[in-house]
Ligand binder design. Structure first.
Ligand code: PXP
Length: 249
């Protein structure tokens, strides 16, 4: 478990469900993976219930709520259906993400600035119910400022572009994106927002993000589940944790 002040690691278990659903089988069980991650030192578990239920399903959310000891971060689109589900379960945290049916993963950040009014009304009952509300946004000044104005407690900065640029070998552009992440985490923190980050992080890309002093939590899924094929989930998680701590030291 993380010590006070230490960077937290949230483990996203969506892609355990992707493997299960690829065959329509009962295994592998996302709750079993979540409990293993919990034992291996995950500070929280993240699961995204998509509108099309392509990976996590409603029964997975029920099982996670009932079975986890660490907090559940429930990722969801800003729809009426998801708001009802969140208000029924009242998870520790909700992270509002944009969602398009045709995308393979959450491709961009939430348009908070353009939808400020709607989102302010949307998150109010979630906050009132006791959920910590996080908005998944690109490292963009207009989005950070709008998130603060509408009363979100957390922003999660989208690290997907930074990771893609790294893997494409576009290092100058990657560094420019990292600079934006650095500036926006400082701005968000100065506006009273808790700062998280995630998407696409790997052993190769995690350290510069983990080193950003305002970032309190990283949410990592696809790479950890993929790496588990080779070294197992506890070892993948321990190595990620080691790199995060090294970056922070
Ligand atoms: N954070 C958010 C808000 C996400 O939507 C996702 C992907 O579901 C992640 C973090 C984790 O991304 P990845 O699976 O690429 O590590």
């Amino acid at each position: 478990m993380t010590q006070p002040g230490q960077l937290r690691l949230g483990v996203n278990i969506d892609h355990v469900a992707t493997v299960r659903n690829a065959r329509g089988s009962a295994y592998p069980d996302p709750l079993r993976a979540a409990l293993l991650a919990e034992q291996a030192g995950a500070d929280g578990i993240t699961a995204h219930l998509r509108e099309d239920r392509r990976h996590i399903g409603d029964a997975d959310i029920e099982a996670l709520i009932a079975g986890l000891s660490v907090p559940l971060n429930f990722e969801m689109a800003a729809t009426d259906e998801m708001q009802k589900i969140a208000l029924r379960h009242v998870p520790h945290a909700v992270c509002i993400v944009p969602e398009k049916r045709e995308e393979r993963t959450t491709e961009g950040g939430l348009e908070v600035a353009r939808e400020e009014n709607r989102l302010a009304h949307y998150i109010a009952p979630l906050r009132a119910a006791g959920c910590r509300v996080s908005l998944f946004i690109a490292a963009d000044i207009a989005q950070v400022e709008a998130a603060a104005r509408i009363g979100a407690q957390v922003v999660e900065l989208h690290t997907g572009a930074y990771c893609d640029l790294h893997h494409e070998g576009k290092f100058a552009e990657r560094d420019a994106e990292l600079a934006r992440l650095r500036e926006m985490s400082a701005l968000a923190h100065s506006l009273g927002l808790e700062v998280h980050a995630g998407h696409g992080l790997t052993f190769d890309t995690v350290k510069p993000v983990a080193a950003l002093p305002e970032v309190m939590e990283l949410n990592i899924g696809h790479f950890l589940i993929a790496e588990s094929i080779f070294i197992g989930l506890p070892a993948a998680l321990s190595e990620m944790r080691r790199l995060m701590d090294e970056a922070r030291a």
